[in-house]
Design a protein around this ligand. Structure first.
Ligand SMILES: [Zn+2]
Ligand SMILES: [Zn+2]
Length: 271
Protein backbone atom coordinates (compact mmCIF):
# COMPACT_ATOMS: atom_id res chain seq x y z
CA UNK A 1 0.00 0.00 0.00
CA UNK A 2 1.33 3.41 -1.00
CA UNK A 3 -0.26 5.75 1.54
CA UNK A 4 0.08 9.54 1.46
CA UNK A 5 -0.81 10.77 4.94
CA UNK A 6 -2.40 14.05 6.02
CA UNK A 7 0.87 14.93 7.72
CA UNK A 8 2.68 14.51 4.41
CA UNK A 9 0.05 16.73 2.79
CA UNK A 10 0.60 19.36 5.48
CA UNK A 11 -2.96 19.05 6.78
CA UNK A 12 -3.96 19.25 10.45
CA UNK A 13 -5.87 16.40 12.16
CA UNK A 14 -9.39 16.08 10.78
CA UNK A 15 -12.13 17.79 12.77
CA UNK A 16 -14.82 15.64 11.12
CA UNK A 17 -17.23 13.76 13.43
CA UNK A 18 -16.26 10.35 14.74
CA UNK A 19 -17.65 7.23 13.05
CA UNK A 20 -16.00 4.04 14.25
CA UNK A 21 -18.03 1.50 12.28
CA UNK A 22 -20.09 1.34 9.10
CA UNK A 23 -21.80 -1.24 6.87
CA UNK A 24 -18.97 -0.84 4.38
CA UNK A 25 -17.48 1.56 1.85
CA UNK A 26 -18.97 3.60 -1.01
CA UNK A 27 -16.92 4.38 -4.10
CA UNK A 28 -17.07 7.82 -5.75
CA UNK A 29 -15.65 9.71 -8.71
CA UNK A 30 -15.15 13.42 -9.13
CA UNK A 31 -18.07 13.93 -11.52
CA UNK A 32 -16.29 16.80 -13.31
CA UNK A 33 -13.55 17.05 -15.93
CA UNK A 34 -10.31 15.51 -14.67
CA UNK A 35 -7.19 16.31 -16.67
CA UNK A 36 -5.50 13.40 -18.45
CA UNK A 37 -2.22 15.13 -17.56
CA UNK A 38 -2.55 13.48 -14.16
CA UNK A 39 -1.47 10.23 -15.80
CA UNK A 40 2.02 11.63 -16.47
CA UNK A 41 2.58 13.69 -13.35
CA UNK A 42 1.85 12.48 -9.83
CA UNK A 43 2.47 16.02 -8.50
CA UNK A 44 -0.76 16.96 -10.30
CA UNK A 45 -2.57 14.22 -8.34
CA UNK A 46 -1.45 15.79 -5.08
CA UNK A 47 -2.45 19.25 -6.35
CA UNK A 48 -5.86 17.84 -7.38
CA UNK A 49 -6.38 16.27 -3.95
CA UNK A 50 -5.50 19.54 -2.21
CA UNK A 51 -7.84 21.50 -4.46
CA UNK A 52 -10.71 19.10 -3.67
CA UNK A 53 -10.17 19.77 0.03
CA UNK A 54 -10.02 23.50 -0.58
CA UNK A 55 -13.30 23.48 -2.48
CA UNK A 56 -14.97 21.36 0.21
CA UNK A 57 -13.78 23.70 2.96
CA UNK A 58 -15.31 26.57 0.97
CA UNK A 59 -18.67 24.77 0.74
CA UNK A 60 -20.75 26.75 3.22
CA UNK A 61 -23.96 24.98 2.29
CA UNK A 62 -22.60 21.67 3.60
CA UNK A 63 -20.61 23.41 6.34
CA UNK A 64 -17.70 21.03 5.74
CA UNK A 65 -14.92 20.98 8.30
CA UNK A 66 -12.64 18.97 6.02
CA UNK A 67 -12.40 17.18 2.69
CA UNK A 68 -15.55 15.03 2.46
CA UNK A 69 -13.91 11.69 1.56
CA UNK A 70 -12.11 9.25 3.84
CA UNK A 71 -9.57 8.47 1.11
CA UNK A 72 -8.76 9.19 -2.51
CA UNK A 73 -6.98 6.99 -5.04
CA UNK A 74 -4.78 8.36 -7.83
CA UNK A 75 -3.90 6.81 -11.22
CA UNK A 76 -0.45 5.86 -9.89
CA UNK A 77 -1.82 3.67 -7.13
CA UNK A 78 -1.35 6.07 -4.22
CA UNK A 79 -3.96 6.04 -1.48
CA UNK A 80 -4.44 9.66 -0.44
CA UNK A 81 -5.60 10.25 3.11
CA UNK A 82 -8.68 12.42 3.47
CA UNK A 83 -10.67 12.30 6.72
CA UNK A 84 -8.98 8.93 7.25
CA UNK A 85 -9.90 6.29 9.84
CA UNK A 86 -12.66 6.58 12.42
CA UNK A 87 -14.23 9.64 10.77
CA UNK A 88 -17.69 10.08 9.23
CA UNK A 89 -17.64 10.98 5.56
CA UNK A 90 -19.55 13.95 4.21
CA UNK A 91 -19.70 12.61 0.67
CA UNK A 92 -22.59 10.15 0.53
CA UNK A 93 -25.46 12.63 0.19
CA UNK A 94 -27.09 12.90 3.61
CA UNK A 95 -26.38 12.08 7.24
CA UNK A 96 -27.94 8.58 7.33
CA UNK A 97 -25.98 7.64 4.19
CA UNK A 98 -22.81 9.18 5.64
CA UNK A 99 -23.26 7.12 8.81
CA UNK A 100 -23.85 3.99 6.74
CA UNK A 101 -20.65 3.86 4.70
CA UNK A 102 -17.18 5.34 4.51
CA UNK A 103 -16.24 7.00 1.20
CA UNK A 104 -13.31 6.59 -1.20
CA UNK A 105 -13.01 8.65 -4.38
CA UNK A 106 -11.13 7.62 -7.50
CA UNK A 107 -9.50 10.62 -9.23
CA UNK A 108 -11.45 10.15 -12.45
CA UNK A 109 -14.30 12.24 -13.78
CA UNK A 110 -17.05 12.36 -16.42
CA UNK A 111 -14.73 14.06 -18.95
CA UNK A 112 -11.01 13.88 -19.67
CA UNK A 113 -9.66 11.14 -17.45
CA UNK A 114 -12.69 8.86 -17.11
CA UNK A 115 -11.18 5.36 -16.92
CA UNK A 116 -9.51 4.22 -13.72
CA UNK A 117 -6.08 2.63 -14.12
CA UNK A 118 -5.42 -0.79 -12.60
CA UNK A 119 -3.15 0.96 -10.10
CA UNK A 120 -6.06 3.20 -9.04
CA UNK A 121 -8.36 0.20 -8.58
CA UNK A 122 -5.62 -1.42 -6.49
CA UNK A 123 -5.38 1.71 -4.33
CA UNK A 124 -9.17 1.83 -3.82
CA UNK A 125 -9.00 -1.83 -2.82
CA UNK A 126 -6.15 -0.96 -0.40
CA UNK A 127 -8.39 1.71 1.13
CA UNK A 128 -11.34 -0.67 1.44
CA UNK A 129 -9.17 -3.26 3.20
CA UNK A 130 -7.63 -0.64 5.48
CA UNK A 131 -11.08 0.66 6.47
CA UNK A 132 -12.30 -2.91 7.01
CA UNK A 133 -9.50 -3.45 9.49
CA UNK A 134 -10.81 -0.39 11.34
CA UNK A 135 -14.55 -0.84 11.61
CA UNK A 136 -15.95 -0.96 8.07
CA UNK A 137 -18.29 -3.83 7.25
CA UNK A 138 -18.08 -5.94 4.11
CA UNK A 139 -20.35 -3.93 1.80
CA UNK A 140 -18.84 -2.27 -1.26
CA UNK A 141 -21.25 0.07 -3.03
CA UNK A 142 -21.32 3.02 -5.39
CA UNK A 143 -22.48 6.51 -4.46
CA UNK A 144 -25.49 5.95 -6.75
CA UNK A 145 -26.71 3.07 -4.60
CA UNK A 146 -29.51 4.67 -2.59
CA UNK A 147 -29.15 8.13 -4.16
CA UNK A 148 -29.97 9.63 -7.57
CA UNK A 149 -26.49 10.44 -8.91
CA UNK A 150 -24.27 9.31 -11.80
CA UNK A 151 -21.42 8.86 -9.32
CA UNK A 152 -19.10 6.88 -9.40
CA UNK A 153 -19.43 6.78 -13.23
CA UNK A 154 -19.92 3.69 -15.35
CA UNK A 155 -16.35 2.36 -15.22
CA UNK A 156 -15.99 2.41 -11.45
CA UNK A 157 -19.57 1.28 -10.93
CA UNK A 158 -19.11 -1.76 -13.17
CA UNK A 159 -16.03 -2.66 -11.09
CA UNK A 160 -17.95 -2.17 -7.84
CA UNK A 161 -20.72 -4.47 -9.11
CA UNK A 162 -18.11 -7.16 -9.71
CA UNK A 163 -17.15 -6.91 -6.05
CA UNK A 164 -14.26 -4.46 -6.59
CA UNK A 165 -11.66 -7.15 -7.29
CA UNK A 166 -7.97 -6.36 -7.01
CA UNK A 167 -6.66 -6.09 -10.60
CA UNK A 168 -4.42 -8.93 -11.71
CA UNK A 169 -0.69 -8.53 -11.30
CA UNK A 170 -0.79 -5.57 -8.93
CA UNK A 171 0.01 -7.59 -5.83
CA UNK A 172 0.32 -11.18 -4.69
CA UNK A 173 -0.15 -14.06 -7.12
CA UNK A 174 -3.11 -16.08 -5.89
CA UNK A 175 -2.06 -19.55 -4.80
CA UNK A 176 -4.16 -22.25 -3.18
CA UNK A 177 -5.79 -20.78 -0.07
CA UNK A 178 -4.94 -22.59 3.14
CA UNK A 179 -7.94 -23.98 5.03
CA UNK A 180 -7.63 -23.63 8.79
CA UNK A 181 -9.37 -25.92 11.26
CA UNK A 182 -10.52 -23.73 14.14
CA UNK A 183 -10.70 -26.64 16.60
CA UNK A 184 -7.03 -27.45 15.98
CA UNK A 185 -6.06 -23.78 16.42
CA UNK A 186 -8.05 -23.66 19.67
CA UNK A 187 -6.28 -26.81 20.88
CA UNK A 188 -2.89 -25.26 20.05
CA UNK A 189 -3.79 -21.97 21.75
CA UNK A 190 -4.99 -23.85 24.84
CA UNK A 191 -2.07 -26.26 25.22
CA UNK A 192 0.97 -24.64 23.54
CA UNK A 193 1.64 -21.91 26.15
CA UNK A 194 2.29 -24.50 28.86
CA UNK A 195 4.78 -26.42 26.73
CA UNK A 196 8.43 -25.45 26.99
CA UNK A 197 10.36 -24.59 23.83
CA UNK A 198 8.42 -24.01 20.66
CA UNK A 199 6.92 -27.34 19.57
CA UNK A 200 4.48 -27.08 16.66
CA UNK A 201 1.25 -28.96 17.31
CA UNK A 202 -0.65 -27.72 14.23
CA UNK A 203 0.96 -26.26 11.08
CA UNK A 204 -2.06 -23.97 10.44
CA UNK A 205 -0.96 -21.90 13.45
CA UNK A 206 1.81 -20.41 11.31
CA UNK A 207 -0.76 -19.13 8.79
CA UNK A 208 -2.68 -17.45 11.61
CA UNK A 209 0.51 -15.97 13.05
CA UNK A 210 1.58 -14.57 9.67
CA UNK A 211 -1.78 -12.78 9.49
CA UNK A 212 -1.24 -11.35 13.00
CA UNK A 213 2.20 -10.13 11.89
CA UNK A 214 0.60 -8.45 8.86
CA UNK A 215 -1.85 -6.74 11.22
CA UNK A 216 1.06 -5.35 13.21
CA UNK A 217 -0.01 -7.29 16.30
CA UNK A 218 2.82 -9.84 16.47
CA UNK A 219 6.57 -9.58 15.96
CA UNK A 220 7.61 -11.77 13.04
CA UNK A 221 10.12 -13.67 15.20
CA UNK A 222 7.16 -15.14 17.12
CA UNK A 223 5.50 -16.48 13.95
CA UNK A 224 7.01 -19.90 14.52
CA UNK A 225 3.97 -22.20 14.45
CA UNK A 226 3.88 -22.46 18.26
CA UNK A 227 0.76 -20.78 19.71
CA UNK A 228 2.57 -19.55 22.84
CA UNK A 229 1.71 -16.79 25.30
CA UNK A 230 2.87 -14.02 22.93
CA UNK A 231 0.62 -15.31 20.15
CA UNK A 232 -2.28 -15.59 22.63
CA UNK A 233 -1.76 -11.92 23.56
CA UNK A 234 -1.58 -10.92 19.89
CA UNK A 235 -4.75 -12.85 19.11
CA UNK A 236 -6.54 -11.18 22.03
CA UNK A 237 -5.61 -7.82 20.49
CA UNK A 238 -7.11 -8.99 17.18
CA UNK A 239 -10.32 -10.01 18.98
CA UNK A 240 -10.54 -6.56 20.56
CA UNK A 241 -10.00 -5.04 17.10
CA UNK A 242 -12.98 -7.15 15.94
CA UNK A 243 -15.07 -5.60 18.73
CA UNK A 244 -14.93 -8.42 21.27
CA UNK A 245 -14.21 -7.84 24.95
CA UNK A 246 -13.92 -9.73 28.24
CA UNK A 247 -13.84 -13.52 27.89
CA UNK A 248 -14.53 -13.17 24.15
CA UNK A 249 -11.14 -11.47 23.80
CA UNK A 250 -9.08 -14.00 25.76
CA UNK A 251 -6.74 -14.88 22.89
CA UNK A 252 -8.30 -18.28 22.19
CA UNK A 253 -9.54 -18.05 18.58
CA UNK A 254 -13.23 -18.28 17.75
CA UNK A 255 -14.89 -18.94 14.39
CA UNK A 256 -15.97 -15.33 13.76
CA UNK A 257 -12.67 -13.59 14.50
CA UNK A 258 -10.69 -16.27 12.66
CA UNK A 259 -12.89 -16.01 9.57
CA UNK A 260 -12.47 -12.23 9.59
CA UNK A 261 -8.69 -12.62 9.84
CA UNK A 262 -8.80 -15.13 6.98
CA UNK A 263 -10.82 -12.79 4.74
CA UNK A 264 -8.17 -10.11 5.19
CA UNK A 265 -5.17 -12.39 4.85
CA UNK A 266 -5.95 -15.10 2.33
CA UNK A 267 -7.04 -18.20 4.21
CA UNK A 268 -10.32 -19.99 4.72
CA UNK A 269 -11.70 -21.48 7.92
CA UNK A 270 -13.25 -24.93 7.96
CA UNK A 271 -16.97 -24.44 8.65
ZN1 LIG B 1 -20.00 10.56 -5.20
ZN1 LIG C 1 -0.70 9.97 -8.72
Amino acid sequence: MKLVTRAQLGWPASAAPTQTSTKGVKVHYEGTTVSVKLLDDHDLCIAEWKSIRKSHLANEEENYSDIAYNYGACPHGYLLEGRGLGKRTGANGNQPLNRGHYAIVGLVGNKGLTEPTDAMLGAIRDGIELLRRHGAGDEIKGHRDGLATACPGNHLYAWVKKGAPRPGGSTTVPGPRPVIDVSKVVAAASHDPAKSGTPVSYTGVKTVEKALVAEGLLESKFADGHFGTTTVKAYAAWQRRCGFSGDDANGIPGQTSLEKLGREHGFDVKP
